[in-house]
Write a protein of this length. Structure first.
Length: 279
């Protein structure tokens, strides 16, 4: 999956995922006057320089959509909105994957220090999805939707980025730099020869592009000493891998996805890494 800029040709597909008015309002609140909305109406929602509408695609297939916007003039905060995935693909992890990509884009490309969003209290699948990637409820609000009062949660992303950087920036990063230099940046060799020891194991899924990195034990120091035991802490590990990769190849773009972790009941922690050169 990648995120690319939204264009009006995406609109018909995205709007078709709202099968009824209730689903449409869960997605759009009161931003559209009528259901169903038309593609040009969707395009008009994004006529502002502070908005970054993105479409999630796998190959040529559109599977999701999300809006990133700056609600403040200083551009320190990013607000997520209009989050939706193909209704025929829900439950397959596409929402989490798209949110991870959007979080990385907001932090790395747009320089966001804070990420927020709102979700209706009765939209439990969306609420659980947001919580699973690190958003926490910070407050409640209410809105008038088609003459009825709907309650909503305000949420904020709890970033593990700085914690991840502090954890690996010295000793761990140097180890990975040495391995990278030893194999002349050849990721296929790094993940078959360099990353094969008792601490972690690498595997090539798709030569030159997709890799897997697994750990037989949780490597997080705070988990080891008993300070943390919640699965959300695994986001810190994901961010640390992403940071190391960005230091090894600043001109490439990497996607890191959590496959399974010990804190989530697996016998090992496994991460899927996708590399996009010259992104």
């Amino acid at each position: 999956m990648i995120l690319r800029p939204f264009n009006i040709n995406d609109a018909e597909t995205i709007l078709s995922w709202c099968k009824d008015k209730h689903a449409f309002r869960l997605w759009s609140a009161d931003r559209y006057k009528e259901f169903p909305a038309q593609p040009m109406e969707m395009q008009k929602q994004y006529d502002d320089d502070n908005m970054f509408p993105l479409t999630a695609v796998i190959g040529e297939r559109i599977v999701g959509h999300i809006l990133l916007r700056f609600p403040l003039e200083d551009k320190s905060v990013i607000r997520f909105g209009f989050v939706i995935v193909d209704d025929s693909k829900r439950g397959e992890g596409y929402g989490k994957q798209m949110l991870h990509l959007a979080i990385d884009y907001a932090q790395q490309e747009l320089g966001a220090h804070k990420i927020t969003l709102g979700v209706f209290c009765n939209n439990l699948p969306a609420l659980k999805c947001y919580q699973s990637v690190g958003f926490k409820i910070t407050g409640e609000d209410s809105y008038m939707i088609d003459g009825e009062k709907w309650k909503g949660y305000e949420m904020k992303y709890v970033s593990y980025l700085q914690e991840a950087i502090e954890c690996v920036k010295d000793h761990v990063l140097q180890i990975h730099k040495q391995i990278y230099a030893k194999y002349n940046g050849d990721f296929d060799r790094i993940y078959t020869e360099g990353y094969n020891n008792k601490s972690y194991a690498g595997r090539v899924i798709e030569p030159g592009k997709v890799y897997e990195l697994s750990y037989p034990e949780c490597s997080c120091p705070k988990v080891k000493c008993g300070l943390r035991n919640h699965p959300q802490q695994c986001e810190c590990s994901r961010q640390s891998i992403l940071y190391i990769l960005s230091q090894l190849e600043p001109d490439s773009h990497f996607e890191v996805r959590i496959e399974n972790t010990i804190l989530r009941g697996s016998d090992r922690c496994t991460f899927r890494i996708t590399r996009h050169e010259g992104y």
